[in-house]
Design a binder for this molecule. Structure first.
Ligand code: DQA
Length: 147
């Protein structure tokens, strides 16, 4: 079973981009941490990043049938994209919203998310560990549904 981990715009620059906010880990480091934790829990990871809203939507649509759930850091699209929200609603899969930074400590425009209320839960503020916690949460939801 595969967990889709989706990353939105500018996350390819992780480690280089505003390290005081986002830390020095690269997206490759985040991927490795996700694979390691998911592997221990018996899941594969399909880890992707795109700067393009439509590409992210295509991947969410394709996840139906191929993934058991989605861990999503939509980057700035979190705060703007009704289209990503709609795609998540029709994917009919559990979604965990993640952010590296604590968005509630930041500018007011980052306090609203179009994704939170269609997600099973939200994890933010723990850097790379936000993703690891999200993998654990998703595995917990999927394992509980099997019982
Ligand atoms: C982010 C928070 C967003 O507000 C921002 O636009 C990002 C990264 C995070 O992981 O902390 O690109 O999603």
């Amino acid at each position: 079973p595969t967990i889709l981990v989706l990353n939105g715009p500018n996350l390819n620059l992780l480690g280089v981009r505003e390290p005081s906010l986002y830390g020095s880990a690269t997206l490759g480091d985040v991927e490795e941490a996700c694979r390691e934790r998911a592997g221990l829990l018996g899941y594969d990871v399909d880890f992707r990043q795109s700067n393009h809203e439509g590409t992210l939507i295509d991947w969410i649509q394709e996840a139906r049938g191929s993934a058991i759930g989605i861990v999503l850091n939509a980057g700035a699209y979190t705060h703007t994209s009704v289209a990503i929200r709609d795609a998540l609603k029709s994917a009919d899969l559990p979604v965990i919203e993640v952010h590296l930074s604590n968005v509630f400590k930041r500018e007011p425009f980052r306090h609203h998310s179009y994704i939170s209320d269609v997600a099973a839960g939200v994890i933010c503020g723990f850097g790379t560990n936000s993703y690891v916690l999200a993998i654990e949460a998703l595995a917990g939801i999927v394992d509980a549904a099997k019982e």
